[in-house]
Design a protein around this ligand. Structure first.
Ligand code: B12
Length: 477
């Protein structure tokens, strides 16, 4: 079958551009099974989706969506439907909320959870049993045999929404093909805000995921797809993909997008040793998200450095131990201090991720966070305002004990300066004020400006600094 996979975009999220790895994996298994697959990443495509749909005449269009982008995903499905394609939606938001999408005739099928095996089963069944179009334009499917596919939701012939049983997570990640990067034009991902802020803005920057999931249970983290599980790829399999990225695809920068790359310390060290042994350490890489301070030690960080890692990110979240405990981070401030010290000793740049406005916070706890950020002195600090995603403990708590300002999914994007809720002593005014204060106090310290200005890379960082302008100066406090 001829399938187009779409990653939508909105004005909410137009900063960093990353190759969509989930769609890359889905396309790879389809190609392997003999289907024709293409990817449309709206973040970097020169033309509109409608044009690609008109040109392509696709049998099936699959759209991915996170929570804030669901409106755009529905619009993409609408455009595909108008051109006669069967539409499938998947990704974190669909796994959490399949029903709202199936209320729309533009959406024919929803895939919950990991999609590789499910999508192949759908395509195989569609060839024999394509479903029926109703007057509203949506497709309905007979319960038999469609209920046999695990991890899908669909409208049955009698109009009822059927959720089939969940599909267990694939145990063996090594048997998956590598993401279908060849379907994407990597040059479109360069000259945008770089993958790895502060590194090379013109890099051929690829991403890799060496493990899926995370065994922890932080109350703010949306874990729709993997739940509280962690599945590693073998070091050999990771090194093979790395080799392909460096040697064949000519990557000049690599971002590791794992939730938790270092959960198994020995495995992480083995990966580094393999990268060093194979001479793959000439291409700089970073961890895009924050790894856990407690899941590192000096030896690992030194090996990462030798393996080409330029910068390591740590999910610090809060500078107050009571808040760290209440969000179930299972991390101590001492572990964080030690990790930053070790990283610096290993010669790695650091990035710290911090959250403002978590339940239980007050002005003092947010001051603690600002103080810790300044004390740790990461090369980059990313301050975020807590966003309560459906399916998380924090979302349930806010609904029960606090006040959520908007139930419109568009308003659930993070990374901008708006508080989403109030709970206890956490008022929106306070959180937004402390968030601006954090950016100002962290980035505009004379000692930091001086240290940065004397570093040759300072001038390269100017665009990132300009980007932060709004965060420094706009707003209260
Ligand atoms: C890397 C990453 C990013 C990158 C790149 C995203 C990209 N282009 O792929 C960047 C930094 C740009 C990013 C941005 C955002 N992200 Co992000 N990101 C991740 C992260 C860490 C890994 C994603 C990944 O590559 N996983 C590996 C692949 C293999 O899995 P996957 O993408 O989930 O895809 C599988 C399934 O979901 C399913 N599937 C997905 N789509 C489809 C479509 C079809 C048709 C089918 C059949 C199946 C299917 O099959 C895939 C293969 O098994 C996840 C955390 C996580 N572990 O999922 C957060 C995560 C997805 N991000 C999240 C959020 C909130 C965002 C932002 C909205 C943040 C913001 N600005 O507000 C933006 C929105 C970006 C967007 N385009 O939607 C949340 C989503 C929560 C939610 N309820 O929706 C997550 C889960 C983090 C979290 N725990 O809170 N993100």
């Amino acid at each position: 079958m001829k399938v187009l996979l779409v990653s939508p975009i909105s004005d909410l999220w137009n900063e960093r551009k990353h190759v969509p790895l989930g769609l890359g994996y889905l396309a790879a298994v389809m190609l392997q099974a003999g289907h024709e697959a293409q990817i449309f990443d709206a973040a970097v495509e020169p033309g509109p989706l409608a044009e690609r749909l008109d040109r392509g005449k696709f049998d099936v269009v699959g759209v991915t969506s996170t929570t804030p982008l669901i409106d755009e995903a529905w619009r993409a499905a609408g455009a595909a439907k108008q051109r006669g394609a069967l539409t499938i939606l998947g990704g974190p938001h669909l796994t959490l909320m399949p029903d709202e999408s199936l209320e729309r005739p533009d959406v024919d099928l929803v895939v919950r959870g990991e999609g590789e095996d499910t999508l192949l089963e759908i395509l195989a069944l569609l060839a024999q049993n394509p479903g029926q179009l109703t007057d509203s334009g949506g497709c309905v499917f007979p319960k038999e045999p469609w209920s046999r596919i695990r991890g899908i939701s669909f409208r049955s012939l009698d109009g009822e929404v059927v959720h089939t049983t969940n599909r267990p997570l694939r145990k063996d990640l090594d048997s998956l093909p590598f993401p279908a990067h060849l379907l994407l034009d990597i040059s479109r991902y360069t000259n945008l805000q770089p993958l790895t802020d502060g590194l090379d803005p013109h890099a051929r920057a690829y991403t890799i995921v060496t493990s899926r999931g995370c065994p922890y249970n932080c109350v703010y983290c949306s874990k729709a797809i993997t739940g509280r599980t962690w599945r590693p790829r073998s070091p050999e399999n990771v090194a093979a993909e790395w080799r392909w990225l460096v040697r064949d695809l000519k990557a000049t920068e690599i971002g590791v997008t794992d939730d938790s790359m270092t959960t198994d310390l020995d495995r992480a060290k083995t990966i580094c040793r393999m990268l060093i042994g194979e001479g793959l350490n000439t291409v700089p890489w970073i961890t895009i998200h924050g790894i856990r301070a407690g899941d590192t030690d000096l030896e690992l960080l030194q090996l990462m450095k030798q393996a080409g890692c330029r910068r390591v990110g740590f999910g610090v979240e809060s500078g107050n131990q009571r808040i760290l405990d209440s969000i179930k981070k299972k991390q101590t401030i001492e572990e964080v201090r030690a990790a930053f010290l070790n990283a610096r000793q290993a010669g790695l740049e650091t990035m710290g991720f911090f959250i403002f406005g978590l339940p239980g916070e007050d002005e003092t706890t947010m001051d603690d966070t600002i103080r810790l950020a300044i004390e740790l002195e990461p090369d980059m600090a990313n301050f975020m305002i807590a966003a309560p995603y459906p399916g998380t403990e924090m979302y349930d708590k806010v609904l029960k004990e606090g006040r959520l300002f908007s139930h419109n999914w568009r308003d659930f994007a993070i990374h901008d300066e708006k508080a989403r809720f109030e709970i206890g002593d956490v008022t929106a005014e306070l959180v937004e004020r402390k968030w601006h204060e954090a950016y100002r106090r962290f980035y505009l310290r004379p000692s930091r400006i001086w240290r940065k200005a004397t570093n040759p890379r300072f001038w390269q960082d100017i665009p990132a600094v300009a980007n932060n302008f709004r965060r420094f100066f706009v707003g209260r406090g």
